[in-house]
Design a protein around this ligand. Sequence first.
Ligand SMILES: [Zn+2]
Length: 245
Amino acid sequence: MVFTSVKSGRTSENVLEQLKQAIVSREFPPGSKLPSERELTAAFQVSRVVIREAIRALELTGFVTIRQGPLGGAYIRELGFERLVESYADLFMVGRLSAADLVQVRLHIQPEVARLAALNADEDSKAELVEALAYEQVRTTDHSEWVKRNQATDYALLKMCGNQLYRAIMEPLLELFKELVLVVKPPWTVIHNPAEHKAIVEAVLAGDAEAAVRAMETHLDNLGDHLINLEKAYRRAKGLAAPGR
Ligand SMILES: [Zn+2]
C-alpha cells in the first residue's frame, strides 16, 4: 500500500491528498479500483468516517465513481470537463455569468474552433463529423433527445479542433445552453436552422478554413439574440434574479 498513516492534524485533508496523489500519478489508473474502505482504514490508521469523507470528495470532483454490488467500490475515472459544467451552471444561477457573456465568448471561440477543425481534419474525425450531422438530421419527437442531437455537431467540431482549453470552455457552455433549452422548451426551429450546421460541416470537410469561419459566424449571428431571450424566460421560470454586473 502506497499510503502512510495519518496520526494527527488535518486528518481528512491529508487522506484526500494522498489518495489524489495516488490517482494522478497513475498508481491507480482509470478503470482500476481503490482499495476497500477496510483496507484504507487500516493503511491510514483513521476511522471509516474519514475514509468515506475523502472518497465522497473524490466522487464530487470527478476522480472516482462509486459502483454498488459484489464488484462495487470506488473506481477511478478519466477526468473530463464534466466537473466544470456544474461550476458554470452555479455561476449562471447566481447571476455571475450571463447569456450575454456566453454569446460574446462564443463569437471568438467557435469560429476559431471551426477554422482549426478544417485545418486538423483527418479521415477519422471527418467520419465522426459526418456521423454527428447525420444523427442531428434524424427526426425525433423527444425534446431532450432533440436537443442532444442538435449539439452533436458542435461537440464533434470541438473534439476536432484539438485545443483542450477551447473544449474546457465550450463544453460547459453547451451544457448550460442545453439546460436553458430543456427548461424553456422553445420550438427548435426558432433557435436552430439545420442548414447552418450543414454549411459548417461541408466547409470543414472540404478543408476550407475561411469558409468554415464564415459559416460559423453566420450561425452564431442568428443564435445570439435567441440566447438572450432564452435566458430571460429561463430566469423567470426558475425564479432567478437578472444577472448582476
Ligand atoms: Zn451550433
